[in-house]
Ligand binder design. Sequence first.
Ligand SMILES: NC(=O)c1ccc[n+]([C@@H]2O[C@H](COP(=O)([O-])OP(=O)(O)OC[C@H]3O[C@@H](n4cnc5c(N)ncnc54)[C@H](OP(=O)(O)O)[C@@H]3O)[C@@H](O)[C@H]2O)c1
Length: 287
Amino acid sequence: MSEPVPSPRPRTDRPTALVTGATAGLGARYAAQLAERGHDLVLVARDEERLARSAVELRSRYGVEVEVLPADLSERASLQRVADRVADAARPVDVLVNNAGFGLKQRFADGDLVAHEQMFDVLCRAVMVLSRAAAGAMAARGRGRIVNIASVAGFVAGGGHYSAAKAYVALLTETLHQELSGTGVTATAVAPGFVRTEFHARAGMKSGGTDSPAWLDADEVVRVSLDDAFAGKVLSVPTKRYKALMGVLDVVPRALVRTVWGKATWGAARRHPSGPGQHTLGNTPEQ
Ligand SMILES: NC(=O)c1ccc[n+]([C@@H]2O[C@H](COP(=O)([O-])OP(=O)(O)OC[C@H]3O[C@@H](n4cnc5c(N)ncnc54)[C@H](OP(=O)(O)O)[C@@H]3O)[C@@H](O)[C@H]2O)c1
């Protein structure tokens, strides 16, 4: 990727939101809804042309300022550039949405280690580095919102190491929320179930049946989670269906969850022997 040149933008009185993975799926909806709620934007993703197109559309539709910051968050130098932008006291970021992510159609035990390391870098390391950059800058100003996209998958083992990565995001965010108490800054972990985005197709996973009630609309997930984040909630689980599922997961013994979920996972893998044995929310090769 060539060294990107961040687009300059005039200063306005509006707050600014920085969204990672802002060109597709949930991230594109976070960008649009934050613009609708009166925020200027900084958009982060790898595909520079798509970023530029998104910026043009958001500027013309919502009349806000939009800066593009192309970056591959699995690369440390790129991630540092984004962290520097988040922490820039001269151009405050008021809302950080750590959304960029992807799934892998691979088991953890015998999958490609490099791909799993990239997943760790984007889903965990980038969230950690950017959350910390935001926490310091926002606490110094006495206000700010950090929104980290976890998953219901983070509460059920499976999906290669996707669930573990999302569990990390949820727990890190809860810790941050606690540490920031009284500073005027809040951190919210968002735990969606299945959402209709590009996620599954990009990972080469089947996603038939997306019209079933298990699949959520990205706009609804984003609307609910932004309401929760601006209300300062520590965890946002969009929709009653998934709240109910989380309630069940809270009370059912973990061994039982593992057995039931494991049967679904490995049963699916046996029925589709060419596919890897994982079948978890947000990372579901068999759907
Ligand atoms: N869809 C679901 O069912 C579901 C459920 C629960 C949680 N989630 C989580 O929701 C978040 C958004 O996923 P989505 O479903 O909206 O996926 P998506 O439609 O595939 O969008 C992913 C976005 O992330 C960006 N991205 C991917 N890798 C990146 C990297 N290395 N560096 C920078 N940007 C990168 C992509 O842009 P570029 O390719 O241009 O970089 C794209 O803008 C993820 O964290 C995902 O784990 C999804």
